[in-house]
Design a protein around this ligand. Sequence first.
Ligand code: FUB
Length: 445
Amino acid sequence: MKKLLLLLTICVIVNITTAQNPLVTHIYTADPTARVFDGKLYVYPSHDIVPPEGTKAPRFCMPDYHLFSLEGGNTWKDYGVVLDQNEVPWGEKNSYGMWAPDCIKRGDTYYYYYPAKPLDGSSFRRIGVGTSKSPTGPFKWEKSYIKGVSGIDPGLLLDDNGKAYLYFGGGKELFVAPLKDNMKEIAAEPIKVEGLPAGYKEGSFCFKKDGKYYFTFAHVFADEGYSIGYATSDNPLGPFQYQGKIMDNINNGTNHHSVVNYNGRWILFYHFWQISGYNKLRSMCADYMEFKKDGTIKKVKPTMRGINSPTFGEEIQVDRHNGIKGANTSFVSGDEPLGWMVCDTKMMSTVQFNSVDFADGSATKMQARVACGQRIGHFEVRIGNSKGKLIAKFPIKSTGGWSSWETIETPLLEKVTGKQNIVVVFHSDWGSTKAVNLNWLKIVK
Ligand code: FUB
């Protein structure tokens, strides 16, 4: 754990990152609100940190917000800090309480909503807003919080008729209030979101599909940890009808989420704590979500593979696989950036990774990031399955040890176009338990 935390501290200076699930590994990110603005996918998460030495840390230690956009098919760009806790005009300094935010576009203005601990002590959290002409800021922060709103987890809905709604709260009840056109004041007193089941609730996120409002929320049933539930209505103010779960409890802890339609597919963003092993140091993830014909939502099972579709020059993190046989995955050893690798590879071990984007077929080479302490064997990359078309063959050579990493390169043996599932097949001596450690693959022009 200590080593991981150290690596994260070192890696925080890197502002471009590639990963499947979790989406980024250079900092901890939680409560991801995903939005598509002008066809581009952005994520507005909160930011967990290891409490600085000497800090009387709150339960969650959250000092600021970063924001991200998806560049290419697999690269998440980190724009750095958009708001620091000590820049909140009405906030208590060093409260480390910058919980789940949201951002929405109305007209040509972006509105960023965030909760913070108010200096006036009037509430556990108030909700503030900032405006910008760009989805990535800089935002101009309003001097005061939104009057009449007290609580956490702002979730915004902009309806087709231009009316906006602010959902918020955490506790037995959740609330909604219509916003004025200025988006900085409520147009009416908040009301309870009616029709939700009993139990602790938070993380409101409402979206509209086929004329129906889907109100989603993190929910704690008495006999179970956090799940993600949803309820539907014909009216953004409710009452709603509870429909069931979108995601089961995935290991006791919060499950703040959002839903977005990107490139024609629905995606559920959520968080988990697979890097730190600790549920106050979370990492944002995403998986595809599907609707049944009757408009209900199929439960989403969290995957390692996630949603990305790496293309030229982007890392194909094969350890975030769609299927593995005869091999394992573990944290990368040595001086590599934080992440996982495929290890314990043996004769005929395979690992499958779906949806690599070969685009127009202009890739000519494939690279592999490997560490190896022996000299026997090779590994192949095939299309579709372990007997599919062979597109690359990498000889196995010692790199000086199982934690000494090198990038090796081989020509692509076939022209491949479009999105393809690839399978890596390892060859070594029968009986040998380690052929090569594989961190990532890359297709290059
Ligand atoms: O991240 C801090 C809080 O935990 C969020 O505001 C809640 O939704 C939960 O995820």
